[in-house]
Design a protein around this ligand. Structure first.
Ligand SMILES: [Ca+2]
Ligand SMILES: [Ca+2]
Length: 459
């Protein structure tokens, strides 16, 4: 690099950037020991988060000390750009708890970041966090106890987005969203997207929700471009000695419907959803056909590099009904320890299953619920089974025994490692599928002489 007057261009850039006013707003401090008569300095904090939020301008940050706050927050003025956000953050991650009985946060503003906070609706018959706006980020937050114990009324979801764009939910723990008044079980989703675009859920764990971990869009409005990656989505079973117990969901009950469920506007362009590198499991009721993935109604879905286990159905993929059918591509996924691998329904069209592994303890690799239609392709798929299912008659698919894998057993319940063993008959036996550019680890395909069969390329 050529130096400029003894200072390199990189150093110049660094100097300029350190002088530039990125997020140079005011900081307001809040503490249970504070007073709203104070100005909000660290040494003289405010008492309520609401008071601090009312003072904020674009670029400002509210820092919340450890403690429990009974406020139902509303924020209707945010930042004016990505660089000048309004930030609401815990002084110590997950040590500031916003816990009214009911809605913890209503956010109708752009460019807001919530970081490190716990939102707890305490089954107060409402959504825990409601958001509407552009560039809203939830990072390292915990969202819990949406739903209700007594009814009737609204019951809500953990985190709802309406009419939003460019949203991010990252490294959050969203759990115990449960609704029932004792007469019926109601949906309470972990994250709901309605009429929202370019939304990302990344690095989150979502579990123990009486609806779906993620649903777009229960209102069947237009939406597009949802990305879910590096997440753990579990139906789960209610644990014993649960500090967040719900009386209608006793220990050992499986509350969850689906990991991801789609509903779509029948008229709008097909909304696209990409799900990659996720663990999705534990969907065993209480509904019939409980499935990790329930992809339906004209969504255009790509599921890549996911491990899907302990479900009634791993993939429930649904074709044209009165609301249209989904188009689904599944690549580099491993299924195991489930009743059914793939249930295809209603003459689903454009269903492509490429380079997936059906591992141990799957009772039925495929189940037809009304057959398949045009564009049904099963290629480079690997089955731990005595023979291939009829849907996988293409010669690029293989049935193998346990010795094909690093660790596998026919009745494996989660202990397996479905990478290929040395000398596995699946090595280099697939057809060239240019669309499948990487394997289940994200390693480029092909390695060696050609595409391996199944989710992983042997290196
Ligand atoms: Ca559902
Ligand atoms: Ca290979």
């Amino acid at each position: 690099m050529r130096a400029i007057g003894g200072i390199s261009a990189v150093m110049m850039l660094w100097l300029v950037m350190s002088i530039a006013p990125a997020q140079q707003g005011r900081r307001y401090y809040v503490s249970p020991a504070g007073s709203d008569e104070n100005a909000g300095a660290r040494a003289a904090p405010l008492k309520t988060i609401a008071h601090a939020l009312a003072l904020t301008k674009p670029g400002d940050t509210v820092i919340v000390a450890d403690g429990t706050y009974g406020e139902s927050l509303e924020l209707r003025r945010g930042g004016d750009s990505d660089a000048r956000r309004v930030t609401l953050q815990a002084e110590h991650p997950r040590m500031a708890i916003i816990a009214p009985k009911g809605r913890a946060l209503t956010l109708e503003a752009d460019y807001v970041t919530a970081r490190g906070l716990v939102f707890d609706a305490q089954y107060g018959n409402n959504t825990c966090v409601w958001a509407k706006g552009q560039g809203i980020h939830f990072i390292d937050c915990e969202i819990r106890r949406a739903g209700r114990i007594t009814g009737p009324g609204r019951y809500g979801d953990g985190l709802q987005f309406f009419d939003s764009r460019d949203g991010l939910v990252q490294d959050c723990y969203i759990h115990h969203n449960l609704a029932s008044d004792g007469t019926s079980r109601d949906d309470s989703h972990g994250v709901r997207f309605t009429h929202s675009y370019n939304m990302t859920v990344r690095g989150c764990k979502i579990e123990l929700c009486s609806g779906d971990c993620i649903q777009a869009d229960p209102s069947r409005e237009p939406w597009d471009n949802v990305l879910v990656e590096d997440c753990e989505l579990y139906g789960g079973r209610m644990p014993p000695n649960d500090p967040f117990a719900h009386p209608r969901y006793p220990p050992t009950m499986a509350p969850g419907e689906n990991g991801i469920d789609t509903k779509c506007d029948p008229e709008a362009p097909r909304p696209r959803i990409v799900i990659r590198n996720c663990l999705v499991g534990g969907f065993r009721g209480p509904i019939g056909n409980a499935a990790a993935f329930n992809l339906k109604e004209r969504c255009d879905a790509l599921v890549d590099r996911c491990t899907v286990f302990d479900n009634v159905i791993c993939f429930r993929l649904r074709g044209p009904g009165s609301r249209g059918g989904s188009h689904v591509t599944v690549t580099n996924c491993v299924m195991h320890s489930s009743d059914i691998g793939v249930r295809y329904e209603n003459k689903i069209e454009q269903l492509r299953l490429w380079n997936n592994t059906w591992g141990g303890a799957i009772r039925e690799a495929f189940l037809s619920g009304g057959g398949y239609g045009e564009g049904f392709e099963v290629k480079n798929c690997l089955f731990l089974a005595p023979s291939k299912p009829s849907e996988a008659s293409d010669p690029s698919n293989l049935a193998v025994s346990t010795s094909a894998f690093v660790v596998a057993a026919d009745n494996d319940w989660g202990q397996g490692d479905f990478h290929l063993a040395p000398g596995s008959p699946a090595i280099d036996r697939g057809v060239a599928l240019e669309q499948v550019k990487t394997d289940g680890d994200g390693v480029p395909r092909p390695q060696g002489a050609g595409w391996d069969v199944g989710a992983y390329e042997r290196r």
